[in-house]
Design a protein around this ligand. Structure first.
Ligand SMILES: NC(=O)c1ccc[n+]([C@@H]2O[C@H](COP(=O)([O-])OP(=O)(O)OC[C@H]3O[C@@H](n4cnc5c(N)ncnc54)[C@H](O)[C@@H]3O)[C@@H](O)[C@H]2O)c1
Length: 286
């Protein structure tokens, strides 16, 4: 049974910056569900969280560690990795790999170092991603398009390619891909990002079917705007657009994403694969 209550897991409201504070007045944090956490049981599980050095990835890593897992943080930002490891190590075993996820050989090396550190790999959270530059599609820089597709789509493919054989060896696995509501709806001025996330949804569905009898389930989540550093890559106009589409009239918090992902990483998620989970404050209509 995995629904013990725990009183220590208060939500934080995240750190404000210029872009974010200008929007924060639009909702009251007192309306936001800052509540006690359900305890998920991930004891003896070893997890990888890509892009785990900050933002949603760090919040997911925190929640997995609090649930008893060992966690490998994979990120290209070495300084942020060192800081995240220093912050998270009090919660449980943390391994780090400085890796650019667009480099398959580097990803394979990170998988080997993680398997050597923990003796197994049970969980993969494909979280790392970038927003790219906002522009009309016909005015977009093709190099920007390729960079977004490379990190947001090829990165998760390379990680699955390198990690799934380890899961098959153990006959067990949980894969969670972080897509976006943009992948369902298509945000204007973000065609590269929207297309990459739609592809991640399709990757999830294909892979879920391929692994359906192997003990490995594959699901994805589709957040609307969540308050992290990624917003610094976007224009204010684009952030305003995304916020205006959310019926709850507020940003999501990274801890809310982590709560859903932690359940998807658990044994309780056992008859669900190739599925898409909403995290959009009511924006999604399907
Ligand atoms: N924040 C949002 O509003 C939002 C909404 C929907 C989906 N998402 C998705 O959630 C995921 C996490 O976003 P976030 O808001 O925490 O972003 P963030 O910018 O705060 O963190 C992303 C992390 O990924 C790492 N990263 C980027 N490219 C990498 C690469 N090539 N190799 C290794 N590491 C790399 C960065 O160094 C960074 O630590 C992304 O996939 C994003 O598209 C975010």
């Amino acid at each position: 049974m995995q629904t013990r209550r725990q009183d220590s897991g208060r939500c934080s409201t995240g750190k404000a910056d210029r872009t974010i504070t200008s929007l924060r007045n639009t909702f009251s944090t007192s309306n936001h569900a800052c509540h006690t956490m359900n305890q998920i049981d991930l004891k003896s599980r070893a997890a990888i969280v890509t892009g785990g050095a900050r933002g949603i990835g760090q919040a997911i890593a925190t929640r997995l560690l609090q649930s008893g897992a060992s966690v490998a943080l994979w990120d290209r930002d070495e300084a942020a990795l060192v800081a995240a490891k220093a912050e998270l190590s009090a919660l449980g075993p943390v391994h780090t790999a400085a890796v650019d996820l667009t480099d398959l050989a580097a990803v394979e090396k990170a998988a080997e170092s993680t398997a050597a550190a923990f003796g197994r790999i049970d969980i993969l959270v494909n979280n790392a991603g970038i927003a790219g530059t906002n522009s009309k599609t016909w005015e977009a820089d093709p190099a920007d398009w390729r960079r977004v597709i490379d990190i947001n789509l090829n990165g998760p493919f390379y990680c699955c390619h390198a990690v799934i054989p380890h899961m098959l060896k153990g006959g067990y696995g949980r894969i969670v891909n972080i897509a976006s509501i943009a992948g369902k709806e298509g945000n204007p001025n973000a065609a590269h990002y929207s297309a990459s996330k739609a592809a991640v949804i399709a990757l999830t569905k294909s892979l879920g079917k391929e692994l359906a009898t192997a003990g490995v389930v594959v699901n994805c989540v589709t957040p609307a705007v969540i308050e992290t550093d990624i917003l610094k890559q976007l224009t204010q106009q684009h952030i305003d657009y995304m916020l205006s589409k959310i019926p709850m009239n507020r940003f999501g918090q990274k801890e809310e994403a982590a709560a859903l992902v932690a359940w998807l990483c658990s044994e309780d998620c056992s008859f669900t694969t190739g599925a898409v989970f909403d995290l959009s404050g009511g924006r999604a209509t399907y």
